[in-house]
Design a protein around this ligand. Sequence first.
Ligand SMILES: Cc1cc2nc3c(=O)[nH]c(=O)nc-3n(C[C@H](O)[C@H](O)[C@H](O)COP(=O)(O)OP(=O)(O)OC[C@H]3O[C@@H](n4cnc5c(N)ncnc54)[C@H](O)[C@@H]3O)c2cc1C
Length: 507
Amino acid sequence: MTGQAWDAIFVGAGITSLACAAMLAQRQPGLRLLLIDKHIVAGGYASVFRRPRQDATFDCSLHKLSGMQEGGNLIRILRQLGLDQSLELVYPHDYFCAYRGDEALALANDVDQVQQQLLARFPGQAEGIAQFFEQVATFGRNGYYQFQMLDGSFEPDIAQLRYAHRHLKHKTVREGLAELFSDPLLIEILAAPGIYVGGYPEDLGYLYYLHVVYATLNRGNAYVRGASEQLSAQLVQRIEQGGGQVLLSTRVEKVLDDGQGKVRGVATSRGEFLAPRVYINASPHYAVEHLFAADTPLAPVRQKLANLKPARSTTTVYLVLDQAPESLGLAHSESMLFADAPASAGPARDAAALAGHPHALSEQAYWQLSPMEVTNYHLLDPEGGRVVCLNVLDAIDQWPQRRTPEYRAKKQRAAEVLVERLLTAVPGLRGHVLHTEVATPHTYVRFTNNTAGSGYGAMVGTDLSGHVFHHGFPLAGVHFLSAWVAGPSYEAAFGYAEMKAGQWVAA
Ligand SMILES: Cc1cc2nc3c(=O)[nH]c(=O)nc-3n(C[C@H](O)[C@H](O)[C@H](O)COP(=O)(O)OP(=O)(O)OC[C@H]3O[C@@H](n4cnc5c(N)ncnc54)[C@H](O)[C@@H]3O)c2cc1C
């Protein structure tokens, strides 16, 4: 393949690359598309790893897909690709079950029911609850259909846009929710979907977050049987059927230019590949640091990138149990565990960050007090084994270098703390954990090159100036195509990929 000319090369075969290439292959069969990934499987975070001895398949990212009911962007795109027929979709009963102390509140997978459930549980917050769901249905909806707004197929109410721009755009989730509510548990429950996009209430822009709630609750969610790797594998199939290729275990080392401001291809661990377009699926910070020739005039890009903050990373604990988790009391596909004193989580994270992320303070803030997300994979797909997965958003700064005794000891502590939280919330699981594995922010860097181990590309906060880093990129033919430009989540990846595929013009 070396030296052969391609129509486009994709640096990385994460979900955004796969989606875009599959759409191009469908629209223009015969296009010569080459996806190159350093890993042994395609998909990036949308992949699994297996432990045959434990009879377990672990999903690297959670693969809860938003926008999966009528009117949803993702289901529409999957239909266009014919994937709604070939993928087996699982629609869960609950949005998630909220645990605090002895209390468990299973929120239905329906926005009206969730509103009623919250009203019944927090009657003193009725006014705020009504306002909040109204905001989700108007401003969240406008944000959700942003790509359709650009192509003219969705016409928003201009007065709503103006109001959002003036009153909501500059607020964080912490500020937005504090204006509506005084109950700290309700605030933590409503802020929990921020975990799906890698941000705590102090991190995320309120307007953006309203669209996340709209996408995941109002537009429905579903899982793929066979985990996220099924989705990636089927996209690879579509690409190959259309004449494209996916080359694995191959590291891209440099993006090549023609000396006159145009991209020419890439140099990899297996030689050079040439194309007039190169789509960069890897983190832009990493790409700018490592993939371009020293004389590429990247100073303005670097300056903008300084304002593009990575979303949070994750510490994940994978568990294998000796019985079906639901038979031991973990009855819901997804649960969120909140601290006994939910109001303490935010200030604890502030204090840990201010002190430079020392161990004890950070472990308490991120692992003990912040919400912990729990997915019962067995309930979604028993063929993957008796698997449960625990996630907390985390800061890479609290983690020592890999392969050191400090790192190993910290991994051990993370497993103990997070598993104990689960066992306290669901005591029936105690004594049934057979196998435990931990992925840290460093694990995520190692496998994907994502800056600071970000699980979700760029943080979408209140300052969006860094998000235009790629506008006017100094090398013609270079495109960025990942969660770093699309926004976090599979749905955003497919939406952005659709837009990029639509922009294809013959070179
Ligand atoms: C723990 C966790 C849980 C999540 N849960 C959900 C969820 O439930 N629902 C949801 O919608 N989203 C979820 N996400 C987010 C979602 O997984 C990501 O937004 C999405 O997968 C990112 O895709 P991407 O296209 O940006 O590529 P990535 O997955 O970041 O892949 C980038 C690819 O580039 C490759 N690469 C990098 N450098 C090179 C190089 N030099 N040469 C060759 N290849 C290279 C890497 O190997 C990798 O395969 C989760 C993420 C994490 C981490």
